[in-house]
Ligand binder design. Structure first.
Ligand SMILES: [Zn+2]
Ligand SMILES: [Zn+2]
Length: 271
């Protein structure tokens, strides 16, 4: 099957490694036909004081230029200029210029912060251990996720790793199914894509994002699904793509939806 990856991070993020060119070379060697670069859109100084999480503001133009140069140099692969944009809900402290996101052909929408706390940051993991916290965090996470996907003012094309709250393998004591249904309904209503993100298998949760039960809800609701490996190193650019396709098939999907650089979508039949 044709391989695609719509989610990866280079050394332009403080926590990523490798150049755009190294990624493209690894992707071509692996047989990938569409590759989206989705480095983290800048956060404020208050949210990301050391630019460990996101690309420094003064490096964004260089990042975009690098991706466009790689596209010119490698016509054999479709390269997409993208970014991953944090949804901060009521804690948003950035102001975006009109048309700010027009320079990106693909914008991933992500919830990594619950009430300004980066719940998936290993350095701040302790809060999960406090009594009752998983119950609180999971509910709040899905509220924010649904707000994000439903917000028409947001530039998101794809909602990344839809159940990122499971990353450290803490789960709520209640039944998650109603949260899954709420997420699937909100996503279907929005017309946005969701993503199967193969990096989940390598965290404590040891499971692709999203869980099969949630992916089935998305499929039943008719939500288009794409695939990203969320690589942070070039050699991981193609990790588990075919496994991700099979995972989608088991959930009921028969096609992978692929965003294009022109803003369209195409599909690949899963066989
Ligand atoms: Zn992310
Ligand atoms: Zn990412």
């Amino acid at each position: 099957m044709e391989l695609i990856n719509t989610h990866c991070h280079t050394g332009y993020n403080g926590h990523g490694e490798g150049t755009v060119e190294e990624y493209v070379n690894c992707a071509i060697a692996a047989g990938i036909k569409t590759l989206a670069f989705t480095d983290h859109y800048p956060l404020s100084q208050a949210m990301d004081p050391t630019t460990y999480v996101s690309v420094p503001v003064d490096k964004v133009d260089a990042y975009i230029d690098d991706v466009k140069a790689a596209r010119l140099a490698h016509p054999e692969i479709e390269i997409i200029v993208g970014c991953e944009l944090d949804y901060l809900g009521p804690d948003e402290d950035r102001t975006f210029k009109p048309g700010e996101f027009d320079r990106f052909e693909l914008v991933l929408g992500s919830v990594h912060y619950v009430d300004a706390w980066p719940f998936d940051d290993p350095a701040q993991r302790g809060k999960w251990e406090e009594p009752g916290m998983p119950d609180v965090i999971w509910r709040r996470y899905f509220e924010l996720w649904c707000d994000a996907v439903s917000d028409k003012k947001q530039p998101f094309h794809v909602m990344s790793h839809p159940d990122l709250a499971k990353k450290f393998n803490y789960y709520p004591t209640y039944d998650i199914a109603p949260l899954y249904r709420m997420a699937a309904e909100a996503a279907a209503e929005s017309g946005r894509m969701i993503e199967v993100n193969t990096s989940g298998s390598y965290y404590a949760c040891k499971e692709i994002f999203p869980a099969q039960d949630l992916l089935r809800e998305f499929c039943r609701a008719g939500v288009p699904c794409t695939l990203g490996t969320d690589a942070h190193e070039p050699h991981l650019v193609a990790r588990d793509i075919e496994r991700g396709y099979r995972y989608m098939y088991e959930a009921g999907y028969r096609v992978v939806t692929v965003p294009t650089a022109s803003g369209d979508r195409r599909t690949i039949t899963i066989c």
